[in-house]
Design a protein around this ligand. Structure first.
Ligand code: TXA
Ligand code: MG
Length: 325
């Protein structure tokens, strides 16, 4: 990208401009209800390759393709009864289904990193919906951050990560869920690849028990999926989880009641609300990392987060953020 990045308002004119850029093979970041995505026309190999270049991804990992409706998604990925039930229950919304790829689909194989499966999702965010309808093509979109960094939940996060590297950012408010979608593999026995806002129990209530088995590939798909690598979502400072005290060199990412002697605190939810904590997680982690570094603090302590409901997904992301690099 030589020119500057365009910052577009999320008005009908801004959406039309963003759709035009996507159809022309350019990269456009846009809001979804989970996190901001970096979109490209999934039927254009050069555009999809541009995603990996802009993010500085060291290797090709499979991307999620976004659609404005289930019928559009199922024109590219083969839906069985389970997929139809889940689409009916949770789409549009923060659930990604990994399905066999339709042999006739024009989606380029790079979008799925050469796999015979395809990850598809119908986001509920009204701006994402309007954009996808206007583009009228599958849009591949990973989170709009540099590889290995914290996922963006606000347009200013995208600017900090990708300014000058992409054609445009369609600017909306904060992503309300704040965590990436739940990823469910339906190419064999149903198995959860990434926890998210749609819980395992909610999924099981529609299609029965999920498998804990890694599947015929011995988990190879999991290993090649970036969101599932141990070290991911990394802030620059080291993190210490389940902290019940704060040392003088530490900033605190708090949850609920705050430890008395913490010098620098961002609280995910003062009232101990897990949904509010999920929505704040990446924003607070990013700000805390910046401010702590400026104040010469050298680590981030994190209060214990209850391990139930969306707390499971929060702890999943925190564990990756704290993993040795
Ligand atoms: O909420 C979200 O899902 C966001 C927004 C932008 O929609 N997108 C997102 O994309 O988180 P990304 O690229 O950061 O994560 C994609 C994840 C991978 O970690 C992997 O687990 C899974 O999707 N995935 C994609 N294609 C797959 C495939 N064919 N088989 C298995 N897993 C796949
Ligand atoms: Mg990501």
């Amino acid at each position: 990208m030589t020119g500057g990045t365009l910052y577009l308002p999320d008005t009908p004119a801004g959406i039309a401009r963003a759709a035009q850029a996507l159809r022309a093979g350019e990269l456009v970041a846009f809001a979804t209800e989970t996190v901001y995505g970096l979109g490209a026309d999934a039927t254009n190999a050069t555009a999809v390759a541009g995603i990996f270049a802009a993010k500085g991804r060291p290797r090709f990992n499979p991307l999620i393709c976004h659609f404005s409706s289930a019928s559009a998604a199922f024109a590219h990925a083969v839906a069985d009864e389970r997929a139809r039930l889940l689409a009916e229950a949770f789409w549009p919304g923060p659930l990604t289904l990994v399905l066999p790829r339709h042999p006739g689909s024009p989606i380029v194989s790079l979008a799925a990193a050469g796999l015979s499966s395809l990850a598809v999702r119908v986001p509920s965010h009204p701006i994402a919906q309007a954009l996808l309808a206007a583009v009228d093509r599958p849009v591949a979109a990973p989170s709009a951050n540099r590889s290995g960094r914290i996922s963006p939940t606000r347009p200013e996060h995208v600017r900090a990560e990708l300014d000058g590297r992409i054609a445009a950012v369609l600017q909306s408010g904060p992503s309300l869920v704040g965590l990436e979608s739940t990823v469910l593999d339906l190419t064999g026995p149903a198995r959860l690849l990434r926890p998210g806002a749609i819980s395992r129990a909610a999924i099981e209530s529609h299609i029965g028990p999920l498998s804990d088995n890694l599947g015929a590939d011995g988990g190879e798909q999991i290993l090649r999926s970036p969101g599932l690598l141990a070290s991911h979502y990394a802030p620059t400072l080291p993190m210490r989880l389940d902290a019940r005290s704060v040392a003088p060199h530490e900033a605190l990412l708090g949850f609920g009641a705050i430890l008395p002697n913490a010098a620098l605190v961002y609280n995910l939810s003062e009232r101990g609300d897990l949904l509010e904590a999920a929505a704040n997680l990446f924003d607070h982690l990013r700000r805390l990392d910046d401010e702590a570094t400026r104040q010469a603090l050298t680590a981030i302590a994190v209060s214990p987060i209850p391990d139930h409901d969306i707390g499971l997904a929060i702890n999943d992301r925190l564990t990756r953020a704290a993993a040795p690099r």
